[in-house]
Design a protein around this ligand. Sequence first.
Ligand SMILES: [Zn+2]
Length: 278
Amino acid sequence: MPELPEVEVVRRGLDAHVVGHTITRVEVLHPRPVRRHLSGVGDFADRLTGVKITAARRRGKYLWLPLDTGDALVAHLGMSGQLLVQQADIPAQRHLRVLLELDAPNDLRFVDQRMFGGVWVSDGGAELPTEVAAIALDPLDPAFDEDAVVARIHKSSSGIKRLLLNQNVVSGIGNIYADEALWSAQVHGERPGNRIKSADVRRVLTAARDVMIAALAQGGTSFDALYVNVEGDSGYFERSLEAYGREGEPCSRCGSALVRAQFMNRSSYFCPVCQRRR
Ligand SMILES: [Zn+2]
């Protein structure tokens, strides 16, 4: 699933290729990815046709394109969503769900194999869509209040990994970067927030920010090959992962074999020596 760095890579691509352009035609090939546009597919197309895209913004894993109508086109990539900027003469992909033609040589295409993602128009959402306002700031947001997030985590009896994944506490961090941040800060993900020293919580958040910035510089992590930038290219941060997906491989810090444990229908990867549960 794309996390903050992968979504930010897409945002940068949109900023470079679609901002300033007008949507000339909208075609919805499958209604499911437009399900969050409650007034229907026809209204979705009407609200976007002839409208200019003025910016490309992101909070956590949400993207939005402010429009000159004051509305916003919001996108969430879900598990397998892709926003591709492609020349209009490139044939449609098998999983193309929404096609936006632009007054440019390129189309903007929403492709989504599993269709957990979606696109919709947010009324008056150009500045900040209400759906996005509901989630916490992410660690790369200039307004991110680290002290407040540390205090929030420190008050909770939930495991710190679960808190890192809670988009109401801090947004943008998913399974991969949570495991990487916890490995880096040498904290076990099941330790309750209120049993970890504030300084250690702070180290986890700093590590999350650092690892996501490093991932961004390498185009993100394309672990399941579904995440790509707007030009369809994979990122290559996977090679730099220290914990995630490395079960049985040696910890680069202490040499112990990394382990995998069940976590909320998924997996957690960690070093049993560097990250003691206590
Ligand atoms: Zn270790």
